[in-house]
Design a protein around this ligand. Structure first.
Ligand SMILES: NC(=O)c1ccc[n+]([C@@H]2O[C@H](COP(=O)([O-])OP(=O)(O)OC[C@H]3O[C@@H](n4cnc5c(N)ncnc54)[C@H](OP(=O)(O)O)[C@@H]3O)[C@@H](O)[C@H]2O)c1
Length: 170
């Protein structure tokens, strides 16, 4: 299954993260997800389906294999844009709501899979195809918490939302 690309993208850093509003310079990257009252049903549905349902479907498919591991781990790459704490700033609403939903998937999976470590991560604003060249973090920095959760983090750490190896509010 493959759907439109812009909805897994992060065209600007979350205002929650660095306090800077990059919306005007990045607006062209997400024109179809600019305003909550103007999003088409199709865009909204595809965004949620890709970013939240997609992650659930992948986990569902891999859970029987992961169960054979002594330390099964699921890491959902979310975004500070999905945080409810602090309120929304209006930027890319479908994308942000899809990441809020993904965080809900993480929380529910952590409850359903008590032997697993299931967590959400915000990588920060990263210089990828999505983040663009002006992003503040290298790919290595963005991947750090994800790699740590996949390898060295305590197995007891589950059902959390993290950035820079630390828990952050949902
Ligand atoms: N970069 C940031 O600043 C930032 C900030 C917060 C969160 N994130 C999150 O980090 C994750 C990875 O982003 P990235 O920055 O690493 O972006 P990236 O380098 O542009 O990579 C995006 C990846 O997603 C795949 N993809 C795009 N649309 C897809 C779709 N509809 N279905 C399946 N796969 C799709 C792409 O596949 P192809 O290569 O085959 O096209 C590519 O492998 C995303 O979930 C994003 O929301 C990124």
């Amino acid at each position: 299954m493959r759907m439109t690309k812009i909805f897994v993208s992060e065209p600007h850093p979350s205002a929650h993260e660095d306090g800077i509003d990059h919306r005007s310079e990045q607006r062209h990257r997400a024109r179809s997800d600019d305003a909550i009252l103007e999003i088409s049903d199709d865009i909204f549905r595809k965004t949620i389906e890709t970013n939240a349902l997609g992650a659930l479907r992948v986990t569902r498919a891999f859970a029987p294999l992961l169960t054979k591991s002594k330390a099964p781990r699921v890491i959902n790459v979310s975004s500070g844009g999905g945080q409810l704490t602090g309120g929304a700033d209006g930027w890319s609403p479908a994308y942000c709501i899809s990441k809020t939903a993904l965080n809900g998937v993480t929380s529910q999976l952590a409850a359903a899979l008590p032997k697993f470590a299931v967590n959400s991560v915000c990588p920060g604003w990263v210089r990828t195809d999505m983040g663009g060249r002006n992003a503040t973090r290298s790919v290595e920095q963005g991947a750090d918490t994800i790699v740590w959760l996949a390898s060295d983090a305590p197995q007891s750490l589950t059902g959390k939302f993290l950035r820079d190896r630390k828990e952050i509010p949902w």
